[in-house]
Ligand binder design. Structure first.
Ligand code: PLP
Length: 373
């Protein structure tokens, strides 16, 4: 079976993990602190704080900004539910805006409308753009709107380590940037995550919040506020450290595969049987998702491809379609459409060009067969 994605764990990474396990220093320590510094250097920001998952990163980011009951946060409809779950878990209200069809990222016109016409009763506190599948959201306009309306910007860069906009790395363009190292992401530590920021005060608070609200000084340990345990282990950090120097090359390999996909899928695009994502500069291509025409039943396509030895899946969820975050005030179009018609195709750096040909040939045959029905 050609898998949708495959973690890229080398023998060197396994040895690095084994070395940490032998050292007995399993939780905090040198590996984690070095990985934080290496990530900060890679991203070009002053602070990185490792945490136990992308969800933990988003949650602790909201906690650090004191967002909770009586507040509201704007999120895009098309994403993984963690983006909205963490907002709801703080007691804040989730406000859902639509996404754009070519990039699958937050529609800034809707963001502007929501911010300009906000009447409460909650205080609108933050916007959480998602760099979906590694495509950086329209951060210039989002930052301008946020500034005008005094909103914090928390980037959900779970899928976007290594993505960039005009030479600046995703996750460093807002107040706080949150990453995931889940095995579906290009760099993985099993579970894992990180928060990037240039704000030293927020970074200090986040370090405390991920570690029981604790601070060490010469006088000893003090517990300064109620908090969580969202620490990453040292052996996970070791796994991440081995992959980081390879990341840019892996992203380039993914770019090359996407180019081949786009070329091979052109006849299907011309027939209007599917649409492809925009090939934006700085995209890190964590996932390649096409959008099937509504005349096709996506589940039939998935089943058909599975029979031909190819794993495909839906790309992400639609928060309004899930329906547990309250009613959206606006009629959304693209989030729900991407949710029902989006088809994620296999993409990982160790895939061969011949695998792309296999997928596109099988997909073409499948759509021709289903179109005849
Ligand atoms: C956009 C987005 N946000 C948040 C998360 C949550 O990350 P994690 O699985 O590491 O908790 C994911 C994970 O898939 C994601 O895709």
């Amino acid at each position: 079976m050609l898998k949708l994605s495959q973690p890229n764990i080398s023998d060197a990474a396994i040895t690095a993990v084994a070395n940490v396990l032998r050292s007995g220093q399993l939780v905090h320590g040198e590996e984690s602190e070095t990985f934080e510094r290496e990530l900060a250097a890679y991203l070009g920001c002053s602070e990185v704080i490792l945490v136990s998952s992308g969800t933990a990163a988003l949650h602790v980011a909201l906690l650090a900004l004191d967002i909770g009951a009586g507040d509201a946060v704007i999120v895009p409809d098309f994403t993984f539910p963690a983006t909205a779950n963490v907002v709801a878990m703080t007691g804040a209200r989730v406000i859902i805006a639509d996404v754009m069809p070519g990039t699958y990222t937050l529609d800034v016109t809707q963001l502007k409308n929501i911010a300009e016409n906000w009447q409460g009763p909650e205080r609108l506190r933050a916007v959480m753009p998602v760099h979906e599948f590694g495509c950086v959201a329209n951060m210039k306009e989002i930052s301008q709107i946020a500034k005008m309306h005094h909103l914090a910007v928390i980037e959900d860069a779970a899928c976007a380590l290594g993505a960039s906009l005009d030479g600046r790395k995703a996750g460093t363009l807002g107040d706080l940037g949150c990453f995931s190292f889940h095995p579906r992401k290009t760099l993985t530590t099993g579970e894992g995550g990180a928060i990037a920021t240039n704000n030293r005060e927020l970074a200090a608070r986040i370090r405390r919040l991920r570690n029981h609200g604790m601070e060490r000084s010469e006088q000893g340990i003090r517990f300064l506020e109620p908090a969580t345990n969202y620490r990453l282990t040292n052996f996970q950090a070791a796994l991440g450290r081995v992959q980081l120097p390879l990341l840019d090359n892996w992203i380039q390999l993914r770019h090359d595969l996407v180019k081949s996909y786009l070329k091979a899928l052109t006849p299907l695009i011309k027939k209007k049987w599917l649409r492809c994502p925009l090939e934006k500069d700085g995209h890190s291509w964590q996932t390649f998702m096409v959008v099937l025409d509504e005349s096709f039943n996506r589940n039939e396509v998935i089943a058909n491809l599975r029979e031909q030895g190819i794993e495909t899946n839906l790309g992400a969820q639609s928060l309004t379609s899930i329906g547990i975050y309250g009613k959206s005030q606006i009629n959304l179009i693209f989030g729900p459409l991407l949710y029902t018609q989006g088809l994620a195709l296999p993409l990982f750096e160790r895939m061969a060009q011949s695998d792309v040909t296999h997928v596109t040939t099988a997909l073409t045959k499948t759509l021709f067969d289903l179109n005849k029905k």
